[in-house]
Design a protein around this ligand. Structure first.
Ligand SMILES: *Cc1c(COP(=O)(O)O)cnc(C)c1O
Length: 247
């Protein structure tokens, strides 16, 4: 049999999820040390979009505690899948992709943290749906720091206004900020965006825009998480470096 005709699961099985996770954890450790930070304040989110439940299971067995999904529907399917039904210890589910208002109801049922709050209208709907099920929904505000067209997130100039508008939303807890810089092969190109997100958090806290201090910075992916950690990331969202390239 020639390599080109190997079925997908053969190619998949060459990816050593356990070893990848071990490598990433030690890279997080090293990057944190380099920045004079405690690695324990950095959470690894395994991004499982398009990854089947059996492989997600492998990651959990290797110590992953937080799963990041892009779509509500895909997460719904996985949560109830046979492979993931029984887990020892709590697994957190995070929504990292864009959320449509009409899916807010399902998102609050499913996700421990929503990284992609990007409008007052969505905040209002999340608050309403969370109140219905008696939940305080943790969210991050996704900030768009570049001019790129297709991306989601609030503009810097709209950030304070959005924070103001959520002040009286009792079922919403704004835990911090998230960003996704434009893709670049060179991770150093992402550094200014990571730095800017950290500075925005500082400004919000200094001006006391919220009644409590924001802490979380969700930034950094497979190719640039070390730079993100140097710039203060408290959550890194990593897919391909754990599970291999997506189809
Ligand atoms: C897919 C995705 C990631 C993970 O990207 P990798 O390059 O696979 O590490 C992180 N954040 C968001 C918002 C994503 O959509």
């Amino acid at each position: 049999m020639v390599i080109g005709s190997l079925p997908d699961q053969f190619l998949m099985s060459e990816i050593d999820i356990v070893a990848n996770i071990k490598d990433i954890l030690s890279q997080i450790e090293v990057a944190a040390k380099r920045a004079g930070r405690d690695a324990r304040e950095i959470k690894l989110i395994a991004v499982t979009k398009t990854v089947d439940s059996a492989r997600v299971r492998e990651a959990i067995d290797a110590g992953i505690k937080i799963l990041g999904e892009n779509r509500v529907q895909e997460a719904q399917k996985k949560v109830t899948s046979y492979e993931l039904r029984v887990t020892s210890g709590k697994i957190e589910w995070h929504l990292i992709g864009h959320l449509q208002k009409n899916k807010a109801k399902y998102a609050v049922q499913l996700f421990d943290l929503i990284h992609s709050l990007d409008s007052a209208a969505l905040a209002e709907e999340l608050n309403r749906q969370a109140a219905k099920i008696n939940k305080i929904q943790d969210v991050l505000i996704e900030v768009k720091l570049s001019e790129e067209e297709a991306k989601h997130g609030v503009l810097k100039d709209e950030l304070m206004e959005l924070l103001e508008s959520t002040k009286d939303m009792k079922n919403l807890n704004i835990a911090g900020l998230m960003t996704m810089p434009p893709f670049s092969e060179n991770p150093e190109n992402a550094r200014p965006y990571f730095k800017e997100l950290r500075e925005l958090r500082g400004k919000i806290n200094e001006l006391r825009v919220t009644s409590y201090e924001l802490w979380d910075l969700s930034m950094g992916m497979s190719h640039d998480f070390e730079v993100a950690i140097e710039e203060g990331a408290t959550m890194v969202r990593i897919g391909r470096a754990i599970f291999g390239e997506r189809e």
